[in-house]
Structures are given as structure tokens and as C-alpha cells.
Design a protein around this ligand. Structure first.
Ligand SMILES: Cc1cc2nc3c(=O)[nH]c(=O)nc-3n(C[C@H](O)[C@H](O)[C@H](O)COP(=O)(O)OP(=O)(O)OC[C@H]3O[C@@H](n4cnc5c(N)ncnc54)[C@H](O)[C@@H]3O)c2cc1C
Length: 454
């Protein structure tokens, strides 16, 4: 067996990274703050899901567990928009065969732990939060939350996958020249439920991610294998339409009646869910460097927590695992070189997806109902069909490709300029497949300072 590596945090990214390291033959010890979720009944009564897309699937494939996870995933081929008067409009996410997939967060986490534990060289230590890292001694500290037992451990390498409020990162923040920022959105979120119908069927189309875009707030719903939907209401904490103003039963019901009338009938436990489920906040965290002396590395939300509007938080954390694994091959498992290069190359991409995620919030809550936005999507899909190697719509670049996020962000900005010109054409609504559109596109392509081939 190879040397010992410690991972702090057995969430989605820590558990997947344990599988990658175990396959390479390292002795892996994973310390997790919470009890073993596999010994707890149910998912706390709620089924919470996440959208998995191409970057996430690639990591699971590399770890050899894609098929197993795919077996319980539900394909969502596009957005189903619910207008105020209940009209439905479907927008495909990409090409015919492309979809994002709804997976259960708890189910995925449990499976990743099961798979990691099948290796003799992996041990999970539950109820054992990291309490800090001693940069002088090179030791990580843990303290058992029930017995109080303390451990100070040294390891060849330590990975911090302990989430947005990482204790390991907390220690690095105290070191000189460590940059750190956290930014809370003025919106919070609350999870709600649409159960299966009385006849045991999905209450809405199951092949879509449902969105009720309402300007400065929105409701979304993703399907679950038990035929329920998990809904998430994104709403400001304060203001006229806000969580702060939804205190009484009447206020809550009036708000839903006014904005999500077609959903109310499908939500028999709305009031109960609204009052019992927490209102959570949405944070963006950026930091730099992600490493301490190329021996300790922060991964996943611990180094780059983002808002969920591009569905890329977990996907980007899983992509961290893919990239680290590729670097490990390239540097023959010289981990200091791996960590050094990862830290040098990955931060710009994490910053880019963080910015893209905030930008997509505006798109989801606001623009998805805007006719000019829909026209832009149509023209973008047509241009991609005609010039598949030269043009890829931004959403597809982020969701269905492995193009670095920083490239996607730059391409997205260039595409904004292109569409500003195209959408300003006089009769664009009637004649959007015109020679004039092609001329503008070809000129844009020629003038573009960086050429990207898809
Ligand atoms: C509402 C919402 C919807 C989302 N939807 C999507 C989506 O559709 N698609 C997507 O890709 N992403 C989505 N995300 C983002 C995704 O949830 C995160 O990016 C992902 O969970 C990050 O995984 P992680 O393992 O880095 O962190 P986490 O999942 O937070 O795991 C961290 C683990 O570390 C443990 N821990 C914490 N502190 C300590 C400590 N001191 N010591 C030891 N262990 C500790 C925690 O208990 C946890 O098990 C969403 C996020 C939110 C909030």
C-alpha cells in the first residue's frame, strides 16, 4: 500500500476523491463531521436532488461508477416554463440527445461512500470534524463530536473537501497573503415538495426542469425517482416580496396564489413545508491560494462555493477530481507538482463559473420568459447547426462540454456582442435565418481575438 492521504469531509467531492485515490492504492482516511448518513433512516423526510451534467458524468466515468449512478438518474431535456396564467412553454437545453440529470443528493453521497468503502485501503471516520490545521507542525486536528477524543495527524498529503465553511480553509485563512472573499446573495431559498399524484404518477412532465420565472424571484422543480418533485423557492430575504413578508398562513397562501397558482393544487403540504423547512442563504466563496506548501489542497466547495443557478457546484467539484487525476498521471503521482499546477491553472476557471452562475440567475428568473431572449436561443441553436466547430451556445459550453469555464465566460461575453448586433436588425423577429445574420456572424468570427474550436 502507498502512503497515507487524509481527506477532510465525506460529502460529494470528498467521497468521490477517496475513490480516485483508493484506486491508485493510497491509504485513504476520510474524516467527516456528521454521523454516517447510511445509518440514518430516510433523507430526513425530504428528497433533495441536484442536476448532474457532462463534467460530473466524466468524473464518475473515470472513477468507474457512472452506470451505477445513472441507473437512478432522471433525464431532463429542457426547461418547462410556467407563466403566470399557467401556460407551459418548453425550451430544449441542447440538441435532441442532450439532457441534464436529476440525481438524489443523499443517494449519490451514500453510493459514493459505499463504493469507496469497498476498497480495503479506505476508512471513513464519522462524527469527527476537523478543528484546524497546524501549518507549523504540518498536522491536522480532529475532535470526536460525541466522545471528545482528539487526534492530531500528519499525512503525506491532505485534501480539504469540507464544504463552503471549511475548517481547514479557516486555518489557511490565518496565514500570510491568503486571499479570501465571501458574498451572500440577497436571496435565500427554501425547499418544498410536489408529491406523486393519488394514482402514483408524476404531477407534471418528468422530462423537464420546471421553472416559474417571476422577475426578482422564482420557483423551480426537479423530478425524483419516487415520482415526487423537489421544488426550490428563491426569494429575497427582505423587501415587498420576500421571506420576511411571508409570516402568516394567509400571507404564504396569497403569495403562492398570486405568483404560482398552477402549482398550489399540486402542493398539498405547502403550508407545512413552508413553515417547517429552513430558509437557507446562498454564498459565493473565492479564495487563493488553495494550497499550503503543495501538501494541503482545498477542493470542491471548500475552495470555490458558488450559487446554484448553473447547476455546476457539484459538477465543478467533480471536475476538480478529474483534473487532479489527469495531473497525477502526467506527473507520475508527484503530488507536489500536481497540487502546484492545479492551484496555478484551476482558480481562474472556478472564478469564471462563479460569475457565470450569478449571471444565470438573472437568465432563469427574468429572461427565460422574454421573447428576445427566446429568439436569441433559436438563432444560437441554428448557428451551432451551421457552424458546429466554430460556435457553441454558452449554456451548452458550460453544461455539455469540457471547455474550461474561463474560456466559456470569455466566449459568452463575445456572444453577447454578436447578439447585440443581430437582435438590433430591423425585421429580426420575422427573418432570423437571413443572409444578413450570416454576414454579421462571419465577420464576428473573423474579428474574434481568440479562436475556440468545439
Ligand atoms: C440549493 C442548492 C442547489 C444546488 N444544486 C446543484 C445542482 O443542481 N448541480 C450541482 O452541480 N450543484 C448544485 N449545488 C451545489 C452542490 O451542492 C455543492 O457544490 C456540492 O455539494 C459541493 O460538494 P462538496 O463535497 O465540496 O461540499 P459538501 O457537499 O458541502 O460536503 C462537505 C462535507 O464536509 C463535511 N464537513 C463540514 N465541515 C467539516 C469539518 N470541519 N470536518 C469534517 N467534515 C466537515 C460536511 O458534513 C459534508 O459532508 C447546489 C447547492 C445548493 C445550495
Amino acid at each position: 500500500m502507498k502512503e497515507r492521504i487524509i481527506i477532510s469531509g465525506a460529502g460529494l467531492v470528498g467521497s468521490l476523491w477517496a475513490v480516485f485515490l483508493a484506486k491508485r492504492g493510497y491509504k485513504v482516511d476520510v474524516y467527516e463531521r456528521r454521523p454516517d448518513m447510511r445509518t440514518l433512516a430516510g433523507d430526513g423526510g425530504r428528497s433533495i436532488n441536484l442536476a448532474m451534467s457532462t463534467r460530473g458524468w466524466k468524473a464518475l466515468e473515470k472513477a468507474g461508477i457512472k452506470e451505477e449512478i445513472m441507473a437512478d438518474a432522471i433525464a431532463m431535456k429542457g426547461r418547462m416554463m410556467h407563466s403566470l396564467d399557467g401556460r407551459l412553454t418548453f425550451q430544449a437545453y441542447g440538441e435532441e440527445r442532450q439532457a441534464i440529470y436529476s440525481v438524489s443528493r443523499a443517494g449519490l453521497n451514500r453510493k459514493l461512500m459505499d463504493i469507496a468503502e469497498q476498497f480495503d485501503n479506505v476508512d471513513f471516520h464519522f462524527d469527527f470534524p476537523c478543528t484546524g490545521y497546524d501549518t507549523r507542525k504540518g498536522e491536522i486536528h480532529f475532535q470526536h463530536s460525541k466522545t471528545g477524543e482528539k487526534k492530531s495527524l500528519a499525512a503525506s498529503y491532505i485534501f480539504g473537501a469540507d464544504g463552503a465553511f471549511s475548517a481547514l480553509r479557516g486555518s489557511l485563512q490565518k496565514t500570510p497573503r491568503f486571499n479570501y472573499s465571501q458574498y451572500y446573495l440577497e436571496h435565500g431559498y427554501k425547499e418544498l415538495t410536489i408529491p406523486a399524484t393519488a394514482s402514483g404518477e408524476f404531477a407534471m412532465d418528468k422530462d423537464s426542469l420546471h421553472i416559474w420565472p417571476r422577475g426578482h424571484f422564482m420557483l423551480i422543480a426537479l423530478p425524483n425517482p419516487d415520482k415526487s418533485f423537489t421544488c426550490t423557492l428563491f426569494l429575497p430575504f427582505e423587501g415587498t416580496e420576500s421571506f420576511g413578508n411571508l409570516q402568516s398562513d394567509i400571507q404564504i397562501m396569497d403569495f403562492f396564489q398570486n405568483h404560482f397558482a398552477d402549482a398550489i393544487g399540486m402542493m398539498p403540504t405547502l403550508l407545512e413545508d413552508f413553515k417547517n423547512n429552513p430558509t437557507s442563504s446562498l454564498v459565493t466563496i473565492k479564495c487563493n491560494p488553495w494550497t499550503w506548501e503543495n501538501k494541503v489542497l482545498l477542493i470542491g466547495d471548500a475552495s470555490h462555493a458558488i450559487v446554484p443557478f448553473y447547476g455546476q457546484g457539484m459538477n465543478s467539484g467533480f471536475e476538480d477530481c478529474t483534473l487532479l487525476d489527469e495531473l497525477a498521471d502526467r506527473h507520475q503521482e508527484n503530488w507536489e507538482k500536481v497540487i502546484l499546477e492545479f492551484n496555478q491553472t484551476r482558480i481562474k476557471d472556478a472564478n469564471a463559473i462563479s460569475d457565470l452562475a450569478i449571471r444565470n440567475f438573472r437568465e432563469m428568473r427574468d429572461l427565460v420568459g422574454d421573447p428576445m431572449f427566446l429568439l436569441r436561443k433559436k438563432i444560437a441553436a441554428w448557428l451551432h447547426e451551421k457552424y458546429p466547430n466554430d460556435f457553441l451556445p454558452l449554456y451548452s459550453m458550460v453544461t455539455f462540454s469540457h471547455v474550461p469555464y474561463s474560456t466559456a465566460l470569455n466566449e459568452g461575453k463575445a456572444q453577447d456582442l454578436l447578439f447585440e448586433e443581430i437582435l438590433a436588425l430591423e425585421n429580426i423577429q420575422e427573418d432570423w435565418k437571413s443572409d444578413q445574420v450570416i454576414r454579421i456572424f462571419e465577420k464576428w468570427l473573423e474579428d474574434k481575438p481568440t479562436k475556440t474550436t468545439f
